[in-house]
Design a protein around this ligand. Structure first.
Ligand SMILES: Cc1cc2nc3c(=O)[nH]c(=O)nc-3n(C[C@H](O)[C@H](O)[C@H](O)COP(=O)(O)OP(=O)(O)OC[C@H]3O[C@@H](n4cnc5c(N)ncnc54)[C@H](O)[C@@H]3O)c2cc1C
Length: 384
């Protein structure tokens, strides 16, 4: 039976929704309800690669990563689940003058935030990782403390901890409308009934714009399909290799068990299509075999497709929605929402409870930036 009232209703049970639910309760919110239309973590979060990195091209994204990394270091103790963070390092390869200039441009920012990023020549890359094809590489960065962790562990960890603190979570419960009167949120409608609430959070991932339209708001988030493939065993490569980001090719590779994880192409047009197009393995394998010749022999054994939630400047859209009091946004993470979710939950909970985020200044991420023309521009992304 759904409750009839709540202090806060969260729409969406991905990493962002459950992290915010946990942080709200941890900060003292008494009556938080999370509604998920499918099952927890089955959206973008459950289809992501789990990558986590410090390197970004804007201060705000680096600050989100640093806060998230600090929170992940205490995750097991605080939340009670080991998130399985494997620090294999991120190696970003630039194969064009443009990409190299992009990496170089970030140097002062990395120094400002004291990121342990090494700048490497092609010769240095070849010496350290001789199995990588480097003839077309112009330069690289390497950050040893980056890596990947478990989306399932993070979602279930936050969900369990949130429940222990009194959060009520309902799966298979879609929000079909957000109720608004006199410019103020009144609650949400579901097929099982309405819940009256003064605060509603849109944490609907790639469905952010759909939920935004329920209150008459245009949220510029596009769902874009991206595919991931896993190969069978790959002989000739060490057991542990870094996460290799091929900036020019717009793709990435890393060890996954005995095999390798390769990205397929991303769609040009937005859609909610999450079927796997096996033809896309050709794109993935050609690029992989070029960068890691040992992968030329690899066979693809499985794959899946997920949805990026792309905003126009590749930054999250966070904060109160203009014109609809009580409606909050945590959307548009543009392919890095999982790694930032521990930080997002903290700052969004603060925004809701205190009227402003205390841990980080997230005001540059408000929706109004698109109308005001104060976009941020993240250039270091995996998507093309
Ligand atoms: C192939 C791929 C690889 C990626 N790799 C990485 C990576 O390495 N690192 C990284 O940080 N990020 C990565 N991402 C991005 C990452 O997956 C997202 O940024 C992140 O998962 C967003 O979390 P979320 O909670 O906002 O969205 P989601 O996980 O999609 O959660 C939103 C939830 O809202 C629910 N929902 C929607 N509408 C409603 C409604 N009306 N009522 C109730 N529930 C609703 C959905 O069912 C869904 O469960 C990747 C994405 C893809 C597609």
């Amino acid at each position: 039976m759904l409750p009839r009232t709540a202090e806060v209703v969260i729409i969406g049970g991905g990493a962002v929704g459950v992290s915010t639910a946990y942080h709200l309760a941890a900060l003292g919110a008494k009556d938080v309800v999370l509604l998920e239309k499918d099952a927890l973590g089955e959206g973008s979060t459950g289809r992501c690669a789990g990558g986590a990195r410090l390197e970004f091209s804007t201060a705000i994204n680096i600050q989100f990563s640093q806060l998230a990394f600090a929170k992940l270091a205490r995750f097991a103790e605080e939340v009670g689940v080991d998130p399985g963070f494997r620090r294999i390092g991120y190696l970003m390869l630039a194969t064009s003058d443009l990409a190299l200039a992009q990496l170089q441009r970030n140097r002062p920012l990395y120094a400002q935030f004291q990121l342990p990023v090494e700048y490497l020549t092609p010769e240095e890359v070849r010496y350290r990782w001789p199995y990588i094809h480097t003839e077309d590489v112009r330069g690289a960065t390497y950050c040893a403390c980056d890596g990947y962790l478990g989306p399932h562990e993070v979602v279930q960890g936050y969900a369990q901890a949130a429940r222990r603190l009194g959060v009520r979570i309902y799966q298979q419960t879609p929000v079909i409308d957000v109720l608004v009167a006199h410019g103020r949120v009144q609650g949400v409608r579901t097929p099982q009934g309405d819940i009256a609430a003064p605060v509603v959070l849109n944490a609907a991932g790639p469905y952010a714009a759909v939920v935004g339209r329920m209150v008459g708001l245009e949220i510029p988030v596009k769902p874009i399909r991206r595919q991931v493939f896993i190969s069978g065993p790959v002989p000739g490569l060490p057991d542990e290799t870094p996460q290799i980001i091929d900036l020019g090719a717009g793709t990435t590779y890393r060890r996954e068990g005995e095999g390798y994880m390769l990205y397929g192409p991303q769609d040009r047009e937005p859609s909610f299509n999450t079927t796997v197009d096996w033809e896309a393995t050709v794109w993935a394998c050609e690029r992989a075999a070029h960068r890691l010749p040992a992968l030329a022999q690899a066979r693809i054994v499985r794959g899946w497709a997920g949805l990026y939630e792309i905003s126009p400047d590749n930054h999250a859209i966070l904060g109160p929605a203009p014109g609809v009091e009580g409606f909050f946004l945590a959307n548009g993470f543009s392919g890095h929402g999982f790694m930032h979710s521990p930080a997002t939950g903290q700052v969004v909970a603060e925004l809701i409870l205190y009227g402003q985020a205390r841990t980080l200044d997230v005001s540059p991420l408000r929706l109004e930036r698109f109308a005001q023309g104060t976009l941020l521009h993240e250039t270091l992304t995996m998507h093309t």
